[in-house]
Design a protein. Structure first.
Lengths: 164, 308
């Protein structure tokens, strides 16, 4: 663990030459955009994205997570993890998962299950049933990439939330 | 998203109950204005030697902007009132926006009846003259429109209670009605408004008098004429303290002891019975009928004169 900390510290200080020749460094950048729906004179709807520096209840924010291996070594088993921000609700069907295994946590990252998550509950008749997890219950998402990420390679994932 | 309670009229019978149980509803207001919604991602990975590494992303921040919101509840009535009555309709005014706001309040009667908005200081839905004061313009916007005063965007401080006092003008016709519209407008965003209505149905007495004479037609002097006067309340409210007066016609002479009231004899003097001649009003028959029931309450008076 101390060794990995050292490597991260080294990267952040720009001391790349100090690190070994095959150190992977996967960086992830987040952007936030707001969906703005416009309707033209013909009644046709168009959705454009503008930087989400501000928003109000009901607005949809699109988060794009761009991961790239900026290091010199292969990154093994990379996974991108992102909490659903406080004050927002996940738009469940917006989670892009092509080529990844997406997992979800409903408890802040303590336990994980395959996305979309489900919950068990007692129905009116007293029987235990399994139903889709309510959107509000999602706390964290993670994308487990299939296979290693070679130096210079990157990938994007995205999801949407609605401001409460 | 604002959840709306279904607005339904509250009948007279349950209005008193509604006053005491008018609970402050909980409005789902949006995330508070000024809140920063932040997102920081993390990536975990290992190098080929199995060492665990991670990186944190930049943090993106979205600032929640202010949205105004107003809820005025409930719709009241219809209540049934008499001319001259004043009724105090209780309302709850709620800031359903996501930040502190003031809500301008107006109340206008469709028929132009006098309306005053009071702050229901103790929130009991009942007007107390020593306590409840007319609503004032406090927003500091000098718009001269009374407002709710400061309302926060959540909790008990997001609502206040008012009483809308509507006066039924004296002389309003039986069967007339009126709707007073109470409008709340966000001072922050005047496009955000909500209304509630107070409906009044008026009942009033409608007393008519029909007089007939027998025998009919031309009569020679010396003929005794019997006048029959029927007083009827066809209004939908009871009439009280009804008094009938009738001057003895010129060229006739009242025939002593001929007054009847609902077919019972009455004395002429100003005494305990309810009819007299020449006592209460000189030269006139006066009958204190008193109460006449709504929708058809009636009284019949007869007396006789002789043509001079």
């Amino acid at each position: 663990m101390s060794r990995s900390r050292a490597a991260v510290l080294a990267m952040s200080l720009g001391l790349t030459a100090w690190a070994s020749a095959n150190t992977p460094t996967v960086e992830v950048a987040v952007t936030a955009h707001k969906e703005v729906v416009t309707v033209d004179a013909h009644g046709k709807k168009a959705v454009t994205l503008v930087p989400a520096t501000e928003g109000k209840a009901g607005d949809t924010i699109v988060y794009t997570l761009r991961a790239k291996n900026a290091g010199t070594g292969t990154a093994v088993d990379p996974r991108i993890e992102d909490p659903i921000p406080a004050g927002t609700v996940l738009v469940v069907d917006s989670v892009k998962h092509d080529g990844y295994r997406v997992e979800a946590s409903l408890d802040g990252g303590s336990t994980w299950q395959a996305f979309p998550a489900s919950v068990t509950r007692k129905n009116a008749a007293g029987a235990i049933e399994t139903v889709a997890a309510p959107a509000e219950s999602y706390t964290t998402l993670r994308w487990v990439l299939n296979g290693p990420l070679e130096p210079g390679k990157g990938t994007d994932v995205s999801f949407k939330v609605r401001i409460r | 998203m604002i959840r709306r309670l279904t607005k339904g009229g509250i009948g007279l019978a349950v209005l008193a109950l509604a006053m005491t149980v008018l609970a402050v509803p909980s409005w789902a207001v949006g995330t508070r204005a000024g809140t920063n919604i932040t997102n920081t991602a993390r990536v975990d990975f290992r190098d080929v030697n199995g060492n665990a590494l991670f990186q944190l992303s930049n943090t993106v921040s979205t600032t929640v902007s202010q949205v105004g919101g107003v809820v005025v509840d409930p719709n009241n009535g219809p209540v049934t009132l008499d001319p001259g009555d004043v009724f105090y309709f209780p309302h709850v005014v709620t800031n359903a926006g996501n930040f502190d706001d003031y809500i301008n309040l107006t109340a206008v009667s469709a028929g132009g009846w006098p309306v005053t908005i009071y702050r229901d200081v103790n929130g009991d839905g009942v007007y107390q003259p020593a306590l409840d004061i007319p609503l004032l313009d406090s927003a500091g916007d000098a718009d001269a429109i009374p407002d709710s005063g400061f309302l926060s965007d959540s909790g008990a401080g997001s609502s206040m209670r008012i009483l809308v006092a509507v006066t039924v003008p004296a002389g309003t016709a039986d069967g007339a009605g009126d709707v007073t519209t109470v409008t709340g407008t966000s001072v922050f965003d005047p496009t955000k408004t909500d209304i509630a209505t107070d409906t009044i149905n008026v009942t009033s007495p409608n007393v008519s008098v029909v007089k007939s004479v027998a025998p009919l037609g031309p009569q020679p002097p010396g003929t005794v004429l019997t006048y029959t006067i029927v007083v009827t309340n066809n209004g939908s409210a009871a009439a009280s303290t009804v008094v009938l007066t009738d001057p003895i016609p010129a060229n006739t002479t009242y025939q002593a002891g001929t007054i009847t009231y609902n077919a019972a004899a009455r004395t002429d003097g100003g005494d305990a019975d309810n009819a007299d001649y020449n006592a209460t009003n000189p030269g006139q028959i006066t009958v204190a009928i008193g109460a006449l029931a709504a929708s058809g309450g009636t009284a019949t008076v007869t007396f006789q004169v002789r043509i001079n």
